[in-house]
Every structure is written in C-alpha cells, then in structure tokens.
Write a protein that binds this ligand. Structure first.
Ligand code: ZN
Length: 115
C-alpha cells in the first residue's frame, strides 16, 4: 500500500516511509476503557483514624471515621437510614472505648453527664 510519504525519497526524505503518523488504535481503546471504568474506590480509602479521649475513663484511643466530603449521599430509606456511595457510614458512627467499654454514637460521645 502506498504510504502518504512515498515518492519523497528523491527529495532526501526517505526515512519517513516507516513513520507512524497516528497512535495505535489499542492505546485509544485502553484510554476509553479507563475513562469508562474509573479507579475502584475502596472503603479503606474513605476512612481515617480519629483520636478520641474517653469521657468515662479519660484515656486516649483511635477510632475509624469516614472522611467528610468524600462520600456522596445517594438516597434515604423510609426509616431515614442514609445510603452513601462506596461506604456504609453507620458502621463507623458508633465509638467504643477499648479500655472501659463506654460507647456512644459519634455526635453524643463527648456528652456524658457526671451522674
Ligand atoms: Zn473509656
């Protein structure tokens, strides 16, 4: 098959006949597949260790929390249970002290009455 550069040898441009003008179609396919399938997000990537100080025994410990702003609320069940993208945030809402066993939901953990 005649190349687009065929016949240029007489002008001193003989090395152009093997030149690849366009990228391989395979590369285009790979790029399209990558765009169609974004990198899989793992649950661990959305978590971080937050340090808590127990209100009952004053000891310090770490507990996993979901990074705020990284997860998207998809929908809410009729019982108001939220459904987030990639992670079930309810699993990480309960904070338990490993030393004394005091446990509470994250938003109530720092509010423990003296009694
Ligand atoms: Zn404790």
């Amino acid at each position: 098959m005649a190349n687009i550069f065929s016949g240029l040898e007489s002008l001193g441009l003989g090395n152009l006949s093997e030149m690849q003008l366009f990228e391989h179609k395979e590369k285009e396919k790979e790029a399209a597949q990558k765009a169609a399938q974004p990198a899989e997000i793992k649950e661990e990537d959305l978590l971080f260790n937050k340090t808590f100080i127990c209100k009952a025994c004053d000891k310090e410990f770490k507990s996993k929390m979901v990074r705020a702003g990284k997860v998207k609320l998809l929908s809410q069940d009729t019982d108001l249970r939220p459904k987030y993208q990639h992670v079930d945030s309810l699993k990480y809402d309960a904070i338990v002290c490993p030393f004394c066993g005091y446990a509470a939901l994250h938003r109530y953990f720092d509010h423990l009455s003296d009694t």
